[in-house]
Design a protein around this ligand. Structure first.
Ligand code: MN
Ligand code: MN
Length: 468
């Protein structure tokens, strides 16, 4: 019976049982580098900067420079928020690429264009926020928050802001109502209605300017700080991207420190893992492409989202870097022959809410990256779904490379559902499947992943880039 089971049935494996001494030795330094990346790349712009730094250190160049020689490949950044990477293989780009796509944006609070106001009776200068992405509002109350901003001034200068991350910095916070008085306005309501988005505003100042007979003393107090510290006036905020994220660094989690907790692991764990894998898979057969999109969390619309045609421009640059004619029909033909992974995190089975998962098919933390044939809601609605032949190629490649992986789909049918950028790339006729590590508390200020899954995700992406 044991032999039959071994020969015929999928054997679920906990990575911690399988990893040898050498692998275990590599996990800690890898997790350390990842947590450092996660702590300093808290916005899509910061992700882009970290990616460029990493690539430049390895000798890749900016492909936007037509003079640049790119023997090791290079990157193409767009609007400071989306980036594509090309690394040559032994074969010509004309035969198609191995492409990994991920996203650098995460759910957060943004500041509204006109965000500074005051509540003079309680005595606060305040900042108005706007939700970005699918977050559970109550998780963002009564906790330390940081402001990451990028301001474009009318004279062409730009200003970067990071406030609340240095342990010595003050932080921002959205106070929550005390339980003693919350019965009517919160406690007796549905959880989705208990916290109102327009009541999620930040405390910014409480020392008024001027004297009691003056007007707008607290609003002006906030504006004066913005001016003194960063040279901004109120109108500058209208041309700014001001993002409110959980303050503080990523941390190891658990008495055994085997897990990683931190903001934005969806989707920065796959971004980091893909970068690590790119380093390992040097000189693959097929040329590699890697794209970090923006705006995935709000539907992938906009000029830096995956519904755009950036992949065509990146592929064309790759053709040019390889000395090929980059006419449109040839680039499109290469995209048709491209193999892709949508590198996004998967919902791990929550130990306290097992009932929303279908255990046989849901992702188990610690069993490696998930191959997710389809995402979507009820009835596979909105899913691109990978074909059987492509699934077969990938599982064969993973098994050959010793990658421990699992097959999963998100949750039970009719519980909700979700999607990734996969369908937007699939529109080019290429093969694509979702592949990423399981994450707990997804979209929360403190998402949790496994160090072992991080390690094996790097192995999986490296194996993918070596796909023949
Ligand atoms: Mn994601
Ligand atoms: Mn997400």
């Amino acid at each position: 019976m044991r032999k039959l089971a071994k020969d015929l049935a999928i054997q679920p494996k906990n990575l911690w049982d399988e990893l040898n001494e050498k692998a275990r030795g590599e996990i800690e330094p890898l997790a350390g580098r990842y947590m450092e990346f996660l702590s300093r790349a808290k916005t899509e712009r910061a992700v882009l900067r970290a990616v460029v730094e990493n690539l430049a250190a390895r000798g890749l160049v900016d492909l936007a420079d037509p003079e640049a020689k790119a023997p090791k490949g290079g990157w193409l950044a767009h609007h400071g928020k989306m980036i594509g990477v090309y690394a040559p293989g032994r074969k010509s780009p004309a035969g198609g690429f191995n492409l990994i796509v991920a996203h650098g944006d995460s759910p957060r609070l943004d500041l509204k264009p006109k965000c500074v106001y005051e509540e003079s009776a309680p005595g606060f200068g305040m900042l108005r926020t706007n939700l970005y992405g699918g977050l559970k509002k109550f998780q963002w109350l009564a906790r330390p928050l940081a402001l990451w901003g990028f301001c474009a001034l009318a004279d062409g200068r730009t200003v970067d802001i990071v406030f609340g991350e240095d342990p010595g910095d003050p932080v921002l916070t959205v106070p929550d109502l005390l339980p003693h008085l919350d019965r009517k306005v919160q406690r007796d309501k549905k959880i989705s209605e208990a916290v109102v988005a327009d009541k999620m505003n930040l405390l910014a100042a409480s020392v008024p300017l001027g004297s009691p007979e003056d007007k707008d003393r607290l609003k002006l107090a906030v504006l004066k700080i913005l001016h003194d510290r960063w040279g901004l006036v109120e109108e500058d905020l209208i041309s700014s991207e001001l993002e409110i994220v959980p303050a503080g660094p990523a941390r190891a989690v658990g008495l055994d420190a085997s897990l990683i907790g931190g903001y934005g692991q969806d989707d920065r764990l796959p971004v980091f893992a893909a970068l690590e894998a790119l380093k390992e898979a040097s000189e693959p057969e097929r040329p590699s492409l890697f794209i970090v999109y923006d705006r995935e969390e709000i539907g992938s619309y906009g000029s830096t989202g995956a519904t755009g045609n950036f992949v065509e421009h990146l592929a064309a640059r790759a053709f040019e870097a390889a000395g090929l004619d980059s006419r449109w029909s040839r680039v499109r033909a290469a995209l048709m022959k491209t193999c892709a992974l949508s590198a996004d995190v998967e919902a791990a089975i929550d130990p306290d809410y097992k009932e929303v998962h279908e255990e046989l098919n849901s992702a188990h933390m610690g069993r490696g990256p998930c191959l997710v044939r389809y995402t979507g809601g009820a009835g596979k609605y909105g899913a691109s779904e990978a074909g059987a032949e492509y699934m077969a190629r990938l599982r064969a490649a993973f098994n050959r490379a010793g990658v421990l992986w699992q097959s999963s789909i998100i949750g039970k049918q009719e519980e909700g559902g979700g999607g990734t950028v996969a369908l937007h790339l699939a529109a080019y006729g290429l093969n694509i499947v979702d592949c990423g590590p399981p994450v707990l508390a997804m979209h929360s200020p403190f998402e949790v992943s496994s160090k072992a899954d991080l390690y094996m995700t790097v192995r999986a992406y490296a194996a993918f880039w070596n796909l023949l």
